[in-house]
Design a protein around this ligand. Structure first.
Ligand SMILES: Cc1cc2nc3c(=O)[nH]c(=O)nc-3n(C[C@H](O)[C@H](O)[C@H](O)COP(=O)(O)OP(=O)(O)OC[C@H]3O[C@@H](n4cnc5c(N)ncnc54)[C@H](O)[C@@H]3O)c2cc1C
Length: 494
């Protein structure tokens, strides 16, 4: 009887766990090695809110994904739709049409089937009410194409996937760092590991790399992203230092994608160097489209309302990094503070409140008060108050005559109390990575697949350039992780 193939999966996040489950489902014997100790395992996936971008043609598709949706919920909610064409448009527009069309097509067309597969495995989903909807005229309306989150957010997702993987017999080794791939000149035959017991070799018929990008490697950040990026805070795990990419390049894999680009956001000014699992993504500050963003000179430097936050937040981190002291302040008045996202209510937050703009300016440490007050005055005068404000659509309520416009959701800052939140740049993940094909095979510098080597998740290059549509990272990891597991299980050394 033929022995079942052994598949080694490197990483412990969403992409790795989906790959492991998928390979095990095919009958492979699966060994997953995670660099982090069990208490810190789960990679960036565990830090997320579990938001996942998925196509749906209407509420019936959502019902398939979330059978728990009640009729009452459906009646009071306008879920809209997010058809494949809309996802395609977003991927094209957001990446300046550089995204690999084949990878993007696979990602988009497999998004719903993959989430349905996860559901069949036991993952539960629910509507992302808290962060992606506003109530308008008595109806809750979703916006920005992002409607679904995993039950329990990132921690719930990782916990459930781990439980499912174990249920399929996947052997999980924590505190085990893969350091090199074994290659016999023809195919990958295993990995070398650094474990608490010392160096080890693990043999396998196929290896799936799902060990994240290089966002947690300050030297690589400065080298590839550019000067100053060593100063960014890391939003998630400290363990994604580019190991998987390095190991594959060392055996001849081709690099691909936007190596000088990354996903980076507005992140609390006093957040620690790496993510804190107790706070999760709570240090992010994503409600800037409702207010203004100023630097320490008191000047605005981006169009806060250029688009829904899902389509601007991932590139505004870089804009903040480029400001003096890598610092900015988000400023709101009482007209909108009730609409701020839940992350504005965490305990560890850099927040100042005042009854006047003058007093607020004094409290915003390091900010030129005179510059701030004159810029707010100019902003307030430029707001087109003749256009109604509606946060659930791109309302066109912009400014007129400013060098840096605000295109939507502009409101004069005139109602006390005023609030300001200090932010810096938090890097989420890097865009550059390995060249893979739609079968998740790693491609070598000659354009051929490296036998026995697959990759999924953050370390795949070629999908994201310049920017990223929110909620796509987990979906990409799940889609290509599932494919990688399936392909790896069919891969066997002679
Ligand atoms: C704060 C935050 C919030 C986010 N919110 C969302 C969201 O809501 N929706 C969304 O889609 N995306 C979100 N993202 C992005 C998302 O986290 C990533 O796109 C996705 O989780 C990547 O999954 P992955 O499995 O590729 O990597 P990860 O989940 O980071 O997993 C990589 C794993 O590899 C392990 N590893 C690294 N090196 C080695 C090695 N040498 N040997 C063994 N193991 C190794 C790490 O320990 C880690 O477990 C967020 C990210 C952060 C940081």
């Amino acid at each position: 009887m033929a022995r079942s193939p052994t598949v080694i999966v490197i990483g412990g996040g969403n992409a790795a766990l989906c790959a492991a489950i998928s390979a095990a489902e095919q009958g492979a014997s699966v060994r997953l090695v995670e660099r982090a100790p069990e208490a810190l395992a789960g990679g960036n996936s565990r830090f997320t809110a579990g938001a996942m971008r998925v196509t749906y043609d209407g509420v019936e598709d959502l019902r398939r994904l979330m059978p728990e949706l009640t009729d009452a919920e459906i009646a009071r909610t306008d879920f809209g739709s997010y058809p494949r064409d809309a996802f395609f448009d977003d991927m094209g527009r957001i990446t300046h049409y550089r995204t690999d069309p084949e990878l993007a097509e696979t990602l988009i067309d497999s998004s719903l089937p993959t989430l349905l597969w996860m559901r069949d495995q036991g993952v539960r989903f629910l509507p992302l009410y808290g962060r992606q909807s506003f109530e308008v005229d008595g109806k809750v309306r979703f916006w920005g194409g992002l409607t679904v989150e995993a039950w329990g957010g990132g921690p719930g997702l990782v916990e459930k996937l781990t439980e499912i993987a174990r249920g399929h017999g996947v052997d999980i080794a924590y505190s085990s760092r893969a350091v090199a791939l074994e290659h016999d000149g023809r195919r990958v035959t295993g990995v070398r590991l650094q474990t608490q017991a010392g160096p080890q070799k693990m043999a396998g018929d196929a290896v799936v790399l799902a060990s994240g990008g290089f966002e947690s490697n300050a030297a690589w950040r400065a080298r590839h992203l550019g000067a100053g990026w060593d100063l960014a805070r890391v939003r998630g795990t400290r363990f994604n230092t580019g190991d998987g990419i390095q190991m594959a390049l060392a055996i001849g894999a081709a690099s691909r994608g936007h190596w000088s680009g990354c996903h980076a956001v507005a992140w609390d000014l006093n957040a620690p160097e790496y993510g804190d699992l107790d706070v999760g993504d709570g240090f992010q500050k994503h409600s800037y489209p409702l207010g203004i963003l100023v630097n320490n000179r008191g000047q605005r430097f981006v169009d806060e309302g250029a688009d829904f936050r899902n389509y601007t937040y991932a590139r505004y981190g870089a804009e903040i990094l480029a400001q003096p002291q890598q610092t900015a302040w988000q400023v709101f008045d009482a007209k909108v503070t009730g609409l701020l996202r839940d992350e504005y209510r965490i305990r560890t937050i850099t927040r100042v409140v005042a009854d006047s703009l003058e007093s607020l300016a004094e409290k915003m440490e390091g900010v030129d008060a005179g510059g701030f007050l004159s810029n707010v005055k100019a902003f307030n005068q430029a707001v087109r108050t003749d256009v109604p404000f509606d946060p659930s659509v791109k309302d066109g309520r912009g400014t007129a005559g400013l060098d840096i416009p605000k295109s939507n959701w502009a409101n004069p800052l005139d109602t006390a109390p005023f609030e300001a939140y200090g932010v810096t740049c938090g890097i989420t993940f890097t865009f550059g990575g390995l060249h893979t094909d739609v079968r998740a095979r790693v491609i070598d510098q000659g354009g051929e697949p490296i036998q026995g080597l697959f990759a999924a998740g953050e370390l795949v290059g070629g999908l994201f350039y310049f920017n990223y549509p929110g909620g796509t990272g987990l979906t990409s990891g799940a889609v290509f992780g599932r494919i990688a597991g399936l392909e790896a299980a069919g891969s066997r050394s002679a």
